[in-house]
Design a protein. Structure first.
Length: 121
């Protein structure tokens, strides 16, 4: 069974971090309610380059990932339970996802849920 967008900490963290104006500010909550946000495509996020090649998308995604993870780690008491090399691999997986136009916020939440431990878990 594939990962489902639901009312859990991983999905809420992705939604809030992406939508809050004082965080990543990628979409308006009034236009993209939580219940429908799981299907929101990475290509529809404001930061996503509409033109350019994969190298430009990866560069944009890497810069975006840095800020996204900073907020996620501080706002949601997320812990890394892996070594430094594993952290680099996880960051690369997130960058790869954030540079793939047809991935969704559900895909991002699934990846984060599989790699991080949240304070309530």
């Amino acid at each position: 069974m594939s990962y489902q967008w639901k009312d859990n900490i991983a999905c809420k963290a992705v939604y809030e971090t992406m939508s809050r104006q004082d965080r990543m500010n990628q979409f308006d909550k009034n236009l993209v309610p939580f219940a429908k946000a799981g299907n929101y495509k990475i290509a529809d996020l404001k930061y996503f380059p509409r033109a350019g090649d994969i190298d430009e998308r990866k560069a944009a995604a890497h810069g975006f990932c840095d800020g996204f993870l900073e907020y996620l780690l501080s706002d949601y008491s997320v812990t890394w339970e892996v070594s430094g090399e594993d952290i680099k691999q996880i960051v690369q997986e997130i960058v790869d996802l954030l540079s793939t136009a047809d991935k969704t916020l559900t895909d991002l939440a699934a990846l984060l849920d599989s790699k991080f431990k949240y304070a309530d878990e």
